[in-house]
Design a protein around this ligand. Structure first.
Ligand code: PMP
Length: 393
């Protein structure tokens, strides 16, 4: 329905890898071009009209992000991606945690929300703890309750796993975490383009996502933090734009979000993200969700008919992505044939090795949807997949 908004999809490809990155709407390409042609300058420092206009557009983009997740603009930090946003928080905690403190993450986390916390614990002497999932892919809340304690300082979890596609019970996690005084960081990289999100409603302390997974540019990401948390967190990088006063004797820092935006920021990318969020808002996330749910229903129906299919988690819980294997055939071999048919899917551990270890699988195939996918895309995939399996029989 919306495919025509995405020039790249005019080619004869079946793009089913939106969990890795989404394609870009024409409006983003056109308006980025206009910005470079008409309004481009550095932000926050100039006096000329161009610099003022670039600064206005950059700060308007921050407001658009804030509105998109029900926050205020002073709580939105631009980063280069979800990975950098999580590293920013974890590296701050590496300085604030001490021996005896604990950090709790799930076994289903993307490496971006796993390794930075593991490293923060190594550096600080805190204990890194991991809670399990159930075989159907949902969080094992009994294990979570066993592992959270008054020693827990941070709980870092994904909203939707990039392998399982299950929507996790964030409100329950937040309630239990706050009861013991722990902060919650929500990795929203896989939910931001599929679910309406309100940070006020979820009451998370931090939230991270990437622009490129929500139809925006690469090189831009978002960290949301509550005011008291952003104030407590030490700066991540040092340099221009993040200071209050610099003297030979010492430096004081600006308030958030400037404190975390050292140097020239990704100006065009931030403005581009705002354009993409406008585009999604116009369509409506509820409508996108309904569309993707219908696609998933027909994909799962087709997949279930295939002998020896092994889903990672129960297929009834999937949102816009599903991962699976065919027993006895390596997904790389199947992927090779799909690629020849111009079908783009993802094969590998999807940066979630602990999760694949849990399922005793080295790799899997993942099909993921964006708002531009159609029933025809699902059919193209199923036809090619049957052909590929037939080849290896
Ligand atoms: N978390 C999740 C759940 C993801 O799927 C990804 C990207 N695959 C990331 C974090 C990291 O995002 P980025 O690479 O854009 O920083």
């Amino acid at each position: 329905m919306y495919k025509k908004d995405f020039p790249i999809l005019a080619q004869s490809i079946t793009y089913l890898d939106s969990a890795a990155t989404t394609q870009k709407p024409k409006v983003l390409l056109n308006q980025t071009n206009t910005f470079y042609k008409k309004d481009y300058a550095n932000v926050h420092r100039g006096t000329c009209a161009l610099a003022n206009q670039a600064t206005t557009l950059y700060e308007e983009a921050r407001q658009k992000v804030a509105d998109f997740i029900g926050a205020e603009s002073k709580n939105i930090v631009f980063t280069k991606g979800a990975t950098e946003a999580i590293n920013l928080v974890a590296s701050g905690y590496a300085q604030m945690l001490k021996e005896g403190d604990e950090v709790l993450v799930s076994i289903a986390e993307h490496h971006a929300n796993f390794v930075p916390w593991q490293q923060a614990c190594i550096k600080s002497g805190a204990t890194f703890k991991v809670f399990n999932i159930l075989p159907d892919g949902r969080f094992d809340m009994n294990d979570f309750k066993k592992k959270i304690s008054p020693k827990t300082r941070v709980v870092a979890v994904g909203h939707i796993s990039n392998v399982l596609g299950v929507v996790n019970p964030i409100k329950e996690i937040v309630e239990l975490a706050h009861k013991v005084g722990a902060k919650v960081l929500l990795d929203a990289a896989q939910s931001i383009s599929h679910l309406p999100i309100s940070v006020k409603d979820l009451d998370v302390d931090y939230l991270a996502f990437s622009g490129h997974k929500v139809y925006g540019p690469t090189g831009i990401g978002v960290l949301y933090g509550k005011t008291e948390d952003l104030n407590e967190l030490p700066p991540y990088q040092f340099g221009g734009d993040m200071i209050d006063e610099v003297k030979v004797e010492g430096t004081t820092f600006a308030l958030a979000p400037s404190k975390f935006e050292a140097g020239t920021p990704p100006i065009t990318q931030a403005i581009g993200l705002g354009i993409s969020l406008d585009y999604i808002k116009k369509i409506g996330l509820e409508k996108i969700q309904k569309h993707e749910k219908a696609l998933m229903k027909s994909l799962i129906k087709g997949l279930k008919e295939i002998p020896n299919i092994q889903f990672l988690g129960d297929p009834k819980h999937k949102t816009a992505l599903v991962s699976f294997n065919i027993a006895g055939i390596h997904p790389n071999d199947l992927g090779f044939i799909l690629a020849k048919e111009n079908i783009c899917v993802r094969i590998g551990h999807h940066c979630a090795m602990p999760l694949h270890t849990y399922f005793k699988m080295a790799a899997s195939m993942r099909v993921s949807f964006g708002l531009y996918n159609t029933k025809q895309d699902v059919q193209n995939f199923l036809n090619a997949f049957h052909k590929a399996i037939g080849f290896f029989k």
